[in-house]
Design a protein around this ligand. Structure first.
Ligand code: PLP
Length: 744
């Protein structure tokens, strides 16, 4: 049974901390200002006077919103410009004072705009102060003892009101005390971007020198923000020119943006309008979302204290699922969330959670879900409904435990499935009668294997390694133990009393393939003596040979192993190595031989074993260093060209007879949305073969070479990878849909 939720049409946007849509009322005012009230505030005619009036009125409202009776409000292009302005102002003023002990302090969980700006201007202005991160505790709160200790030497201290990844809010009064008791004159900037609209701000009751704000985080357009500057605090114009903003920031003002802020401030100030919700309502929304997530995914781990963070942010990890899996699934179901910080460069882990000393898996698998304070009850209900609709998809793809869902499960793991952790590959093979073998399991996949075996009621015959190393042995032991496999096996997991293992109507045999290490094994799955799969471990990487630079490696033994494999395998035998650097996913013996000249020459007899050994030694020395791969060199490095199909070319091609749409996303993404409806083609024209099952498709002939394929995925990246792989395998009629489903 394939569970496919109905094609979701309405976008569920839960990434408000990255940016928000412009509210219709604000968009209307912006549009009106662009078309009707478009004056230049510097013009002396009435249109200009009107523009200036709007600008000054907005400034007055800004003061009210942030509780600033005095000080200046400067319109900027956004918070990053506000931060530059504050840092330049402070550092220019403190330049004369700087000495060998001077420090610049910033919170370890600050948005990258802050430390990067400090570092940049510290260099450019030649202050040479030490730039120090203020540590945070496990709840994300700044260490005020650290602040007090370093404040006497601090020229500038940068902290934030609310964190963008976790929603954690700081105790500003406590921070202020730590700073001011030690140093009444240090410049203090508080990044208030994520606090506006979510927290009461009484800036005048504090000694904050600078506070940057950004419009696009709260329903105003991108390209507008403002900076609060305390009355007596130092100031240096960051942009010089025509003298606008009383010479504090030159350049014609962004009046439509300012008008947008004006309307935003009206909505914030007039609570009767009911656009922005109370903290109580927002807490209720967050609880609803937590309930929907827990009902759908099972156990969650929150990465921040819920009571110490604004109610509009939720940062969590789904226990046992990677953030990539959750993000891909959500994206396929038109639910937009973010992994870690959407504003950062897409790094795999979160520096914010690292600073909070969260365990690695939490930092790597963080999901941030955030909504704006003007979210409606209907929007939250719809979001919860959409999240819950994914439960059946998750259960059917073994991503949640069976007890979490009461539907009947098909066996989705029949045949060969690849599991990838960084460059390491594990393999699961399941026969028609549900007998299974797991090869080279990784620690990261232990619970996944446990779940699959349980949900799919597999009978695991063996958990095998192809080589003997500590990490690999530990993972094998863990999986075997969890699955209750306590049989008498050798160090690699092979049952000592068996010469071959039976998996349905196939046999798994083992071949001693030394080379990388003396005990290296390959496992070959045969049917009626014909080799279908070869788990070759470290001996080969796709498009290359394993690394024989280890102390126990032996190139002549490797040559003998490759010659042995050549005898046992046939051109179509699918190779299943232990490492993959090329994101290759599937390869057969024939393509492997064609890709690796050294291998081809060895098996056709043009190289003797000794010559092979000599050349291999030289190759490893040259290529391993060059490529930086630990497990082997890749011989075939020529870029393989693929046929890219633009979105406009797609529709012509689609109606060609015999062309198939090949969705290479994981089944849980495929199932979250009916792809054929999107393209208006019969369901039979769409095939879903995820990258993790490409080797299986190759093995069982699911992809005839004479057919034409358009490959697609979420953004066109994974499908480009698969297209390259198919080209290496000799497929000629393969196109990649540029931009993927994101641009359809
Ligand atoms: N500070 C914080 C806390 C933020 O969340 C962001 C944006 O994500 C910024 C600064 C930068 O804001 P802008 O995009 O307006 O430059």
């Amino acid at each position: 049974m394939s569970v496919q939720s109905t094609t979701p049409t309405q976008l569920i946007y839960l990434d408000a901390n990255a940016t928000t849509p412009v509210l219709p009322r604000i968009a209307q005012v912006v549009s009106h200002t662009m078309q009707e009230g478009f004056g230049n505030p510097s013009s002396s005619h009435i249109t200009g006077v009107q523009a200036k009036h709007l600008m000054e009125q907005t400034r007055t409202k800004a003061r009210q919103v942030i509780g600033a009776q005095s000080g200046k409000i400067l319109f900027t292009s956004g918070a990053t410009e506000g931060i530059q302005t504050a840092v330049v102002s402070a550092l220019v003023a403190k330049r004369e004072q700087a000495n060998a002990d001077s420090v610049l302090l910033y919170g370890a969980t600050e948005h990258k705009a802050v430390p990067n700006t400090l570092i940049h201007w510290n260099n450019v202005l030649g202050l040479n102060a030490k730039v120090l991160a203020i540590p945070v505790d496990e709840n994300g709160l700044l260490d005020t003892d650290f602040i007090a200790k370093h404040a006497p030497n601090a020229l500038m201290i940068c902290t934030m009101a609310v964190n963008n990844e976790t929603g954690v809010y700081q105790d500003l009064a406590k921070i202020e005390q730590a700073i001011r008791q030690q140093n009444p004159h240090a410049c203090w900037m508080v990044d208030c971007v994520q606090a506006l609209g979510k927290q009461q701000l009484n800036i005048s009751q504090t000694s904050i020198d600078y506070a940057p704000f950004s419009g696009h985080k709260l329903y105003a357009p991108k390209g507008i923000g403002f900076l609060y500057i305390r009355e007596s605090s130092p100031y240096t114009p960051f942009i010089a020119g025509g003298g606008q903003e009383s010479g504090m920031r030159s350049g014609t003002e962004n009046l439509p943006g300012i008008a947008g802020l004006n309307e935003l401030f009206t909505l914030l100030l007039d609570t009767e309008l009911g656009v922005f919700h109370s903290s109580e309502t927002l807490h209720g929304y967050r609880q609803q979302l937590i309930d929907a997530l827990s009902d759908t995914f099972g156990e969650l781990t929150f990465n921040h204290p819920l009571e110490g963070s604004v109610p509009t942010t939720l940062n969590f990890a789904v226990n046992e699922l990677s953030s990539k899996e959750v993000m891909d699934l959500f994206d396929a179901a038109s639910i937009r969330v973010s992994g870690g910080s959407a504003c950062s460069s897409g790094a795999a882990r979160s520096f914010v959670l690292d600073a909070m000393q969260k365990p690695s898996w939490q930092s790597e698998n963080a999901i941030r879900l955030s909504f704006g304070p003007a979210a409606t009850a209907q929007e939250i209900d719809l979001a919860c409904e959409r999240i819950r609709s994914l439960k059946a998809v998750l259960a059917n793809n073994c991503l949640i435990a069976p007890e979490a869902c009461h539907t009947q499960h098909d066996i989705c793991a029949y045949g060969l499935t690849q599991f990838r952790h960084q460059h390491k590959l594990s393999w699961l093979y399941v026969s028609d009668n549900q007998q299974a073998v797991i090869i080279n399991p990784q620690i990261a996949h232990v619970s996944r294997f446990e779940k699959i075996v349980k949900v799919q009621q597999l009978n695991v015959v063996a958990v095998l390694n192809t080589h003997d190393n500590e990490q690999q042995n530990a993972a094998r032991h863990q999986v075997a133990q969890k699955l209750g496999l306590t049989d008498n096996v050798d160090t690699l997991g092979w049952p000592v009393d068996k010469t071959q293992l039976t998996l349905g109507n196939k046999q798994l045999i083992k071949l001693a393939t030394a080379g990388i290490s003396p005990e290296g094994q390959s496992y070959v799955l045969q049917e009626n003596g014909v080799a279908e799969l070869c788990f070759c471990g470290e001996l080969m990487v796709w498009g290359g040979l394993g690394n024989t630079q280890h102390p126990h490696s032996d190139n002549e033994q490797m040559a003998a192993s490759l010659i042995l494999l050549n005898k046992e395998l046939n051109s179509q035998t699918v190779l299943c190595p232990a490492y993959d650097y090329q994101q290759c996913f599937a390869m057969n013996w024939q393509s492997q031989v064609l890709s690796v000249p050294l291998l081809a020459e060895l098996i056709d007899g043009s190289l003797s074993t000794a010559q092979f050994a000599e050349q291999k030694q030289a190759f490893d020395k040259e290529h391993l260093v060059q490529q930086g791969h630990l497990a082997g060199f890749i011989a075939h490095c020529e870029p393989c060209t693929i046929n890219e199909l633009s979105q406009s070319q797609l529709h012509n091609e689609l109606h060609h007879s015999g062309i198939r749409l090949l969705d290479v996303r994981e089944p849980y993404e495929h199932d979250a949305r009916a792809v054929h409806q999107l393209f208006d083609v019969p369901a039979a024209q769409v095939v879903n073969i995820p990258l993790s099952r490409l080797a299986n498709a190759l093995c069982c002939g699911a992809l005839p070479k004479n057919e034409h394929y358009i490959l697609l995925c979420r953004t066109g990246n994974r499908s480009a990878q698969a297209a390259k792989n198919l080209r290496l395998l000799g497929y000629e009629h393969v196109f990649n849909l540029q931009g993927g489903l994101a641009l359809v």
